[in-house]
Design a binder for this molecule. Structure first.
Ligand code: MRU
Length: 391
């Protein structure tokens, strides 16, 4: 998407040097646009854990590239997979991408093929993420069109929470993709952007990317949504998700549940946009089963911003107060009007989801792929130290 009128993705292989993965370091947005070079799986694990990159789709793509770097380095692939998976617990795209890489890499015959396969698979994961988000935009656009027709061409107001924009994916975003599509089609659209304490992904990231694309938006404090909905100032809520069960329960950034309750009470449609990589095909009960990340209390006790030409951090609570920092909550399916996926829009229930994705029957949690034997068949490379040892 647009940064200063130039097209960017969030992650890519460095042109001319495919041993380097480049990514937008989101810790500095919206104040500074910083591109980070990542050359080891260790660095990629840190980039995910410390949220240089974040958002379900992008975490998955970064993990895919992380496995590629591990293959290049000759690291133990099972160890690399475990290291990447341990970085953040809630977004299911992470384990999905790592397992997809493992399955692909172990099918390759020799070290050279493994590297080529890991590179191709990382690129496929990233390209697919962008393509699926693009398709989500097309399907979501129909929804916005319908509302615009009902409003006889008056501005459509969408509320979104956190950042499920292109910064949370490789391109387009999930919740924002229909918004960009509507804006690009010339429809009058305005977005209420929840600031999303404690890390402020809404006021920092969503506001920045909407602004770069020229989309009209207003940042509001997190608690404002219910009031806006009661006044009739929200036509539609669209949020993203970090993990949605195959039965339709939705884990998303903390505070999403409260927006869904308010939307339900006021009759505002509440949609969740997601690529299929964010479905957990093994989980039935989101409230009971989805792991909720708890982050450090300092994120709640402090806020950061831009002052006098530099990024500064200040404490906003009494020093001695305890603080709790739950990263996500689960919105039960009964509060979700529909799911916008790359294959179309469906109701948030098992039958409708599996009707769109019939290849996914409920299964037990996917076992981590195991390297059964070292690769051979490419002559001298067999037995090279880059071959992960089977556990
Ligand atoms: O903690 P983050 O920033 O990685 O959280 C992810 C999110 O930005 C949101 O929960 C988002 O709505 C879903 S990710 C597409």
């Amino acid at each position: 998407m647009n940064v200063g009128g130039q097209h960017f993705r969030t992650i890519w292989l460095k042109p001319g040097d495919p041993r380097v993965v480049q990514l937008i370091d989101q810790r500095f947005l919206p104040h500074r646009f910083v591109v980070e070079d990542v050359t080891t799986v260790e660095q990629m694990a840190i980039a995910i854990r410390d949220m240089h990159v974040r958002g379900a789709g992008l975490i998955g793509a970064a993990a895919g590239y992380g496995m590629y770097l591990a293959t290049l380095e000759g690291a133990d692939l099972m160890q690399a997979a475990a290291q990447l998976k341990a970085t953040r617990p809630t977004a299911v795209n992470l384990a999905w991408a790592v397992d997809r890489q493992l399955r692909a890499i172990i099918a390759a015959d020799c070290v050279k093929d493994r590297i080529a396969t890991a590179s191709a698979t990382a690129t496929q994961i990233a390209d697919e993420d962008a393509e699926y988000c693009h398709l989500i935009g097309r399907h979501g656009l129909e929804l916005i069109h319908r509302i615009a027709r009902e409003k006889q061409g008056k501005q459509v107001n969408v509320l979104t929470h956190c950042n499920a924009g292109w910064l949370a994916f490789v391109d387009y975003g999930s919740a924002t993709s229909p918004i960009y599509a509507a804006h690009d089609a010339g429809m009058p659209i305005h977005v209420w952007v929840d600031e999303t304490r404690p890390r402020n992904q809404g006021s920092k990231l969503t506001a920045w990317e909407l602004g770069e694309h020229g989309v009209s938006h207003t940042v509001v404090a997190d608690n404002t949504g219910g009031h806006l909905m009661q006044r009739g100032d929200v036509d539609l809520v669209i949020v993203g998700t970090d993990r949605t069960t195959y039965t339709g329960d939705v884990a998303n950034k903390i505070g999403t549940y409260l927006k869904a309750l308010a939307a339900n009470d006021t009759g505002v449609p509440f949609y969740v946009a997601l690529p299929s990589s964010s479905f957990d095909w093994s989980m039935r009960d989101g409230l009971a089963e989805i792991p909720i990340e708890e982050r450090g209390s300092e994120e709640v006790k402090h806020a950061d911003g831009w002052s006098k030409g530099r990024q500064v951090e200040v404490r906003v609570t009494p020093e001695a107060s305890a603080a709790a920092n739950y990263g996500f909550d689960v919105t039960p399916r009964r509060l979700v009007t529909g799911l916008i996926t790359e294959r179309g829009i469906c109701a948030a229930n098992e039958d409708s989801i599996l009707a769109l994705f019939p290849e996914h029957a409920p299964v037990a949690p996917a076992a981590t792929a195991t390297l059964l034997s070292p690769p051979g068949g490419c002559g001298s490379e067999a037995g090279d130290k880059s071959v992960a040892s089977p556990e």
